[in-house]
Design a protein around this ligand. Structure first.
Ligand SMILES: [Zn+2]
Length: 103
């Protein structure tokens, strides 16, 4: 598969669990297993990419989040049980729209 001209060869690439397209790792939001507001295991955002353990990657958009939820991609990508909630990620994206400059 030919690489995109705009993507340098050494750029780490990950697949978005929502739309399943490959993108530079820095353009994706990392998610890991954490604890939701209800105290149950949930997919939580790891914007710094520093959390230990298995991570999954997602475009930081509500569109890709919705796709991931519909496909139950959080459970699959994080090797978690069925029904792993992605609510903290959705909340993060709702309050953190990357397309609009914050300053
Ligand atoms: Zn995506």
């Amino acid at each position: 598969m030919a690489s995109l001209p705009s993507t340098p060869a050494r750029t780490p690439v990950r697949t978005c669990i929502g739309c399943r397209e490959r993108a530079a790792k820095r353009e994706l939001l990392r998610v890991v297993i954490g604890t939701g507001s209800d105290g149950r295991p949930a997919a939580v955002p790891d914007p710094g990419g520093t959390a230990a353990g298995r991570g999954a990657h997602l475009h930081p958009t509500t569109a890709c989040y919705d796709l991931a939820v519909r496909r139950r991609a959080f459970s699959r990508a994080l090797r978690a049980g069925e029904g792993l909630a992605g609510t903290p990620v959705g909340d993060y994206l709702a309050s953190h729209v990357p397309d609009q400059p914050t300053d």
